[in-house]
Design a protein. Structure first.
Length: 270
């Protein structure tokens, strides 16, 4: 299994374009942000081709808006499918959220209530998307700053039920669970104890910003020591690929790689 990966970011293109850097990296796979490669044959696309020639890749989207109270955007999905068919990612993921309404993408990952009605409605859309793509979809647990009172199940229960109903998988973000646990005042361990290991296909690790009143999921810092503690406690429940995310204030590639290798050290010491 290709175990330890990082996000493919334009900041690192000059470093990765040098064959000696790409060939001697301990990174085993890369995750590409889907929307960055749509409708372009320019440098990002060529960089993706170069990386894909030597490494497995995963695609991670932010605009499928699977939880929106509207039908799927088939124009968007056609563009996504072209990339999926071209690059054959081993994971195709997005977020379990909604991002706005038709022709009005708010560019935010928005929460919704975890109810049976929403489960049935979203499950129908997930199965429709998987049929269209001809591949299994994976959905990330959301970083949310409030909960909706009419929810009848927890996020972990909802994700389990959705995966069991549709055959989709869960992208388990340890940082998001921790941020939500602090902001929403629940026990992070309850989430990890609830999630069924058979439903998880990938792990994300990232850093947050502490704003005093709440934690903000910025992906702009190293992984927090408390998130590492959760990872150490639960990583062996899920034998899946692990990604280190760093999306803002991105450091040089060797620093990113060093942060990723902390997860390898922790995992292999258990």
């Amino acid at each position: 299994m290709h175990k330890y990966g990082v996000g493919l970011r334009h900041t690192h293109f000059p470093f990765l374009e040098k064959e000696e850097n790409l060939n001697h990296s301990e990174v085993e796979w890369f995750e590409a942000l889907l929307e960055n490669y749509m409708e372009t044959k320019g440098r990002p696309y060529k960089m993706l081709e170069k990386v894909r020639a030597d490494y497995p890749i995963a695609f991670h989207g932010v605009s499928l808006s699977i939880a929106a109270d509207e039908d799927l955007n088939l124009d968007y999905m056609k563009k996504a499918k072209e990339l999926y068919d071209q690059f054959e990612p081993f994971v195709t993921s997005d977020h379990m959220c909604w991002t706005g309404h038709a022709h009005s993408n708010l560019h935010n990952l928005l929460p919704f209530s975890y109810t049976q009605d929403n489960l049935d409605r979203i499950a129908h859309k997930v199965m429709k998307a998987q049929d269209f793509y001809g591949r299994e979809m994976t959905f990330e647990n959301l970083s949310a700053y409030f909960t909706l009172k009419n929810s009848t199940m927890t996020e972990a229960e909802f994700l389990n039920n959705l995966a069991n109903k549709t055959g989709c998988k869960i992208l388990l973000d340890f940082n998001n669970v921790y941020v939500n646990a602090i902001n929403q005042k629940f026990e992070a361990q309850d989430f990890f104890e609830t999630i069924e290991l058979k439903n998880v296909s990938q792990i994300h690790l990232a850093g947050f910003s502490d704003l005093g009143t709440h934690l903000f999921d910025t992906h702009s810092h190293p992984v927090h020591q408390d998130v590492w503690k959760l990872f150490k406690k639960y990583c062996h429940k899920f034998n899946v690929p692990i990604l280190l995310e760093w999306d803002e204030d991105i450091p040089d590639f060797p620093i990113l790689e060093k942060e990723l290798l902390k997860s390898k050290e922790i995992y292999e010491q258990q």
